[in-house]
Design a protein around this ligand. Sequence first.
Ligand code: GAP
Length: 547
Amino acid sequence: MSNIPEDFKEKIISLCKRRGFVFQSSEIYGGLKSAYDYGPLGVELKRNLMNEWWKSMVHEREDVIGLDASIIMHPKVWESSGHLAGFSDPLVDCLISKERFRADKAPRPNIGEKLPIKCNDKGQAKNYQKIIEDRYEIQLKRDGKTLNGLKIIDKNTFGFFIDNDENAIKTFDYKGYVGPTFGSPFLSDERQFNLMFRSQIGPVDALGQITNYVEKNRDLDSNELRKGIDKIVKESAVYLRPETAQAMFVQFLNCQQTMSMKIPFGIAQMGKSFRNEITTEHFIFRSCEFEQMEMEFFVEPGSQKKWLEYWRDKRISWWKKYANHPENFRYRSHEKDELAHYADACYDIEYKYPWGYDELEGVASRTDYDLKKHAENSGTKLSYFDQQKVDPETGKNGWRYTPYVIEPAAGATRGLLVYLMDAYCEETVKDANGNETTRIVMKLHPKLAPIKAAVLPLVKKEGLPEIARDIVNKLFISGINARYDEQHSIGKRYRRHDEAGTPYCITIDGQTKEDNTVTIRDRDTMEQERINLKDVQTIIQKKLSAS
Ligand code: GAP
């Protein structure tokens, strides 16, 4: 059962801003599209999530080691990996609305279906009607804010029909899809667009070089000029990594040899990746700057299927472990035509978002593609010698081979969105006067919760703040992220911490001074228990490690 509200965008985005989980980047300047900042609670949640991943992938395993590589790598890395040539999206422009979108993600109505163009309002509909009339000499029928009259005839053609006429007045080329926002079939040809962010490295000013080149070559035609400029730019071009994975291939030998790793073993890395995404969508689901948690697991050729299934199962159970609604996670095997150029099989771990099941993590069988390409292009042997094995080709003892790779590649920022959605809960409760009211509570797993315990003096006097501060300090010493909070009424403070996802609230009241007890309130049940002041630390610690 899903707990995600229909109007999740408004509700979760507004809670994220209100409580300091996620802010729009550079908000005071009007915001930067599709870039986000993780606020005081968001940064804790993201770190907790990534630390849990690191713990389960590296610290709790003998066969996985870590790496923290630079974001900018040698440009040849991206040539070898195929990102420079192939990491591009087919882009299309709607010729009416100017909307730019990815062809492979666009809606695909079927033969015989009508193609209504759905505008935002009547004014826009009139405007688009006029553009279509001027450009294509057909007058679509306007019905409020919808333009009617177009229908798909066959897989390559759509036509303009008047009322229920069987024959089209005019026909046009159909590309097989329509613009996602308005449904327009009047589209440009597809163009490829590289998703990597390019920058320059080194002291040489490429702009100066380009200016000189253009001045000296004024007689060249624009194609020739472009080629020359492209060459200058490429000489000092570097790219922001679009995935963390490549560093694990490039550093395969260094990692394996320094740690004397035996196959099968993995190298894990988490950190920022950058993609100049054309369609950024659903808040932080798809953004241009995001964080990944990836692991390359090197295995013997022929054993990849077994390991792919192993990591698929491990990873999906990891996601479910921290969820209130594990039934919202599933995995899906890729169809042959969906596979990336380097993969022979792949599973997507998907979550049931409000817009339907969509990707959260990919678990791919990347074959020996990357190691072989890097070996070929760098001239360094990226292979492994197993003395204990017999070479299957020669039948002799000792086998040198290029390892195959299984890659669980998860989105950390996307994971954060998933857990925010999973935690969001609206409950009807009674307020202090017995009236029904809505309580918003973020039921974040205690291991992920940004603040583990809030310590609240009932009043700001009579020595209660001092006792509260002493508890906070003791919690700090035991490594528990606690918060002292004395602002507003106790009811408001409980609500604030419900929204922040704080699993435990410790309240110091009049009775504390009499019998050295405090109350501990559970976020999810709202039940309060009186415990001994001296036991606070151990009880919270026990609750956190039991979770
Ligand atoms: N090394 C393989 C790789 O990068 P991917 O499926 O492109 O594979 C892995 O990315 C994960 O990274 C995705 O499942 C998703 O969670 C996350 N991710 C990819 N692009 C993203 C974007 N633009 N914004 C947020 N997360 C993204």
